[in-house]
Design a protein around this ligand. Sequence first.
Ligand code: ZN
Length: 252
Amino acid sequence: MKWSISAGRIFGIKLRIHLTFFLLPLFVFFSDIKEGFGQAGLSVLFVCAIFACVVIHELSHSLVARRFGREPKSIMLLPIGGVATIDMMPNKPLQEIVISIVGPATNIVIAILLALVGGSSMAVALKNHSNLTASEMFIFDLIAANIMLAIFNLIPALPMDGGRVFRSILALKFGFLRATLWAVTIGKAIAVLFVVLGFFYNPWLALIGLFIFSGANSEKQQAIYLTMLAQRPPDLTIPPEYINLGQDDRLP
Ligand SMILES: [Zn+2]
């Protein structure tokens, strides 16, 4: 994990922060400084709150994977989101569906909890046609961000959660490798669309597109490797007659 620093462990899982991540709060701070130091600080706090939700999202994948006996290796924070690294099990599509879907579901649960905390005072403000306070606005935006995170992660582009669910559904019928190749093709098509749209409208979308494209390639390589590993002969030990070499033996 080059260019990343350790941020400790959560539930025994390594949390790492990619150095490029720190560009995001800096960018947000200097973008909003024209609206005052307080507003810029609040924007940075909001970014931190979103990424706390991202960590909870990745943690939910990791902890559910652990319940299935798979080892969550690490959680990495990047400026475009989080990545949970978990051992891949090609022959467990139903497990993969549960592990993948729990992330977006966690964001929906966070949104509901936030609505329960701030919903009543927000409803009163809206009823009285008064403006939301800064804290109400903060909670409102965080609810919206969590709903967006859930929807965005469900886009069926491997390696995103929706892509993993899509691959696993295909794998039930076509097997892991063919399912992965299909999901990678669709993931790359969506990635190219993101890059093109992002180029015109939003640079972050273009970055996410590039991330999905390179992630889809890694998924393909990993699927080929795991399939070859599963198909290797069951016993590759060398027959005894080939290893009984004495000190004085010479190769021909
Ligand atoms: Zn996820």
